[in-house]
Design a protein around this ligand. Sequence first.
Ligand code: SF4
Length: 112
Amino acid sequence: MKINLSHIIEGWRNHLIPSSVLKEKILEISNQRLEICRRCEYNSVNAPGHTWLSNIYEHCTNCGCPLVQKTKCLSEGCEMKRWDAVLTEQEEDLLNIDEDGQTDKVEEDSSR
Ligand code: SF4
């Protein structure tokens, strides 16, 4: 399992403050993906012995990601290939450039 920090941030940003242009599309895509996730055996809610906490923190037991946010990251795909990314990371970055030409992408520290 490889954690992609920019995908996590993208998913949370699209969940909390989606772009007004993409808001409807993000919700539509997320709902389609969640429908698949809710039938998946890796969904914490479907895991054997799941608890009330699994319902509150619905996540993928394969990758560990919270599903509501993961499904809102347009450049993210399911590791089990059950749904695909709809944008590349570069395309998603281009959609997030503000009027000043700045992107809010978090640069990963290459010195670590
Ligand atoms: S992200 Fe993929 S593996 Fe995880 S719960 Fe959704 S469909 Fe299943």
